[in-house]
Design a protein around this ligand. Structure first.
Ligand SMILES: [Fe+2]
Length: 433
């Protein structure tokens, strides 16, 4: 691998990357094939998981029809909560226990797919204690004893990449905290991505998810290069987050280009299906990209932004409780991060800006990329920084405390930052126009 400037390896860094390809079927109408794929995986009695909103949309009807015509019996559970909790997970588990499924299909957004991943694990190997599979310190992080029942994930949004990751995130209500299950076994056997599902996606949801995809791509592209992270003692156990690498680069640059060309079109004109199709593909590419490279600061900081919200409610999401949609919690940090990290790896910020069709000549590359993004944020109705989400400078310390704990992603930045620097980046993220 002599391209892409990775050959400045000093002798201490890693020399190779591991690519865990995800089995994916992509294309308009692909959901009609779910029955054939389920049969091929040996399913006879399927639990189809969704939420109440998606359950009423054509995608679920398409999946049920396809499974039934493949001779598979199917029962639908539509009680998954947005921002799933241990309570909604237990309800989903009760349904699986009662019906004795031999396989699972999830149709919905990240919450639905995450819930189904956990249901698949718990129903394949019921744990002695509910927290056995939950990440430490809350749980015991036990590995799965063997292969799970098959699970086909069919996302109806784009960009979360939940269909190709080994992580499921839940709110633990009694403990008032978020916790995850990270377990290689829970990655679905197959993802079916059908852009047809995006036809009914509300404009604000398209905007937020597009922002998330853009940031996945830029964060992976500007992450610490894999040659600068230590080689693992065991070459068969490279981490999921490996840093920027030539494989994720090609995926991410194309995702950035597609977001630049299609996001405004898709948000402003719901009839422009080809724009939505392109966004769906961009989401897949960026998902593959961050699946090997990993995100860095904007995502690390986003958990503080979404976790400390007090009153913000977004149009297009349930308004019964304050909530910052994930894509918006991420993107409010991104321009400030690009301005700060641009000088650390100017070449990469310049390349990302060019892929985004932003003029770079005559100004710092981080600034060029930030200004191109700010223009897009304005045009698609993204919030104008932390200020619009209800934050004031009084909360800078609380935001920094929480963001600082996200070590895995924070340490994946192109250079290590101090706590004071993270505070300064948050301070630069209050208002952009
Ligand atoms: Fe994300």
């Amino acid at each position: 691998m002599s391209a892409h400037g990775y050959f400045s390896r000093t002798g201490h860094g890693d020399r190779a990357i591991a690519i865990d390809a995800n089995r994916t079927v992509f294309g308009s109408g692909a959901l009609e094939e779910v029955g054939a794929h389920a049969r091929n995986l040996g399913m006879k009695r399927v639990g189809l998981y969704t939420d109440a909103r998606v359950g009423a949309l054509p995608s679920v009807a398409t999946a049920v029809r396809s499974l039934s015509s493949a001779g598979i019996s199917v029962s639908v559970f539509d009680g998954v909560e947005i921002e799933p909790s241990d309570r909604s997970l237990k309800a989903a588990l009760d349904f699986a226990e009662h019906e004795r499924f031999d396989g699972f299909v999830s149709v919905g957004g990240g919450s639905v797919i995450d819930t189904c991943k956990a249901v698949c694990l718990y129903s394949s190997y019921p744990p002695a204690d509910f927290l056995d599979y939950v990440n430490q310190p809350l749980g015991r992080a036990l590995p799965a004893p063997g292969p799970l029942k098959p699970h086909i994930a069919c996302p109806t949004t784009f960009g979360t990449a939940s269909e190709c990751t080994s992580v499921a995130i839940f709110n633990f209500l009694d403990l008032g905290t978020k916790a995850g299950i990270s377990n290689r076994a829970i990655k679905p056997q197959l993802g079916i991505i059908d852009p047809e599902a995006l036809r009914t996606l509300p404009g604000p949801v398209v905007a937020a998810n597009g922002m998330d995809v853009f940031s996945h791509a830029v964060e992976s592209y500007t992450a610490r290069p894999f040659t600068q992270r230590p080689a693992p003692p065991d070459p068969t156990a490279r981490p999921v987050i490996q840093g920027a690498n030539p494989f994720s680069d090609v995926n991410c640059l194309e995702a950035i280009r597609l977001i630049g060309e299609n996001l405004f079109r898709a948000v402003s004109d719901p009839e422009d299906f080809s724009a939505r199709e392109n966004l769906s593909f961009a989401g897949l590419l960026a998902g593959i990209g961050f699946g090997t490279a990993g995100c860095n600061l904007p995502h690390g900081m986003s958990y503080a932004v979404s976790g400390l919200v007090k009153s913000y409610r977004a149009e297009g999401w349930p308004r019964d409780k304050p909530l910052v949609p994930h894509g918006f919690a991420v993107i409010v940090n991104s321009p400030s991060v690009f301005r700060f990290m641009g000088p650390v790896c100017p070449q990469r910020h310049a390349e990302a800006a060019r892929a985004f069709a932003v003029e770079v000549e005559g100004r710092p590359p981080g600034e060029a990329l930030a200004s191109g993004l700010i223009e897009l944020m304005r045009s698609v109705g993204a919030p104008n920084g932390l200020g619009e989400l209800g934050y004031t400078s009084e909360e800078l310390d609380a935001l920094t405390d929480k963001g600082w704990k996200q070590r895995r992603v924070v340490d994946n930045a192109a250079r290590a930052i101090t706590r004071e620097e993270m505070r300064a980046i948050f301070a630069g993220a209050f208002s952009y126009w």
